[in-house]
Design a protein around this ligand. Structure first.
Ligand code: ZN
Length: 146
């Protein structure tokens, strides 16, 4: 299970969601994604300028893990270029699916506090939902996939 310190960080993000709300504007991409396992939903808003995510926000409903993870993801990817985002995404997925700690040069920020989710197999999709929404938004962008 999640230890106490990590649980506090997760509950804080679930309660006080960072970057929560709509983004308006013509260049804003909007994707909806539903986690089939738990019924969590997210709408992710992104603004990509060149290779950099200059604005990120989300709206959603669901369990604490899914909402905390969405909040943490927006903090991690805001103002980052797509190569970096792709690397962070890969490290986070390994943390959840395999329980593997990230490489030293990759900072997962508060998302590191979700590492206990690795042992809760039924919740993997909750932790990864926001990232799957991001994949959906960026599925045809070359520098994100590589
Ligand atoms: Zn969930």
């Amino acid at each position: 299970m999640l230890n106490d310190l990590y649980r506090k960080v997760v509950m804080d993000h679930a309660k006080f969601k960072r970057n929560y709300g709509k983004l308006e504007g013509e260049e804003v991409q909007r994707v909806f994604y539903k986690n089939p396992t738990c019924g969590d939903v997210i709408t992710l808003y992104l603004k990509l300028e060149g290779e950099v995510l200059t604005s990120v926000s989300f709206e959603g409903e669901g369990c604490s893990i899914s909402m905390a993870s969405s909040s943490m993801m927006t903090e991690l990817i805001h103002h980052k270029d797509l190569r970096t985002v792709s690397i962070i995404r890969g490290e986070f997925e390994q943390l959840i699916r395999e329980g593997k700690q990230p490489n030293d040069h990759v900072d997962l920020g508060d998302a590191l506090s979700l590492d206990g989710v690795h042992k809760l197999r039924a919740r993997h999709n909750c932790a990864l939902m926001a990232w799957q929404a991001l994949d959906k938004a960026l599925h045809d962008v070359e520098s994100y996939k590589s």
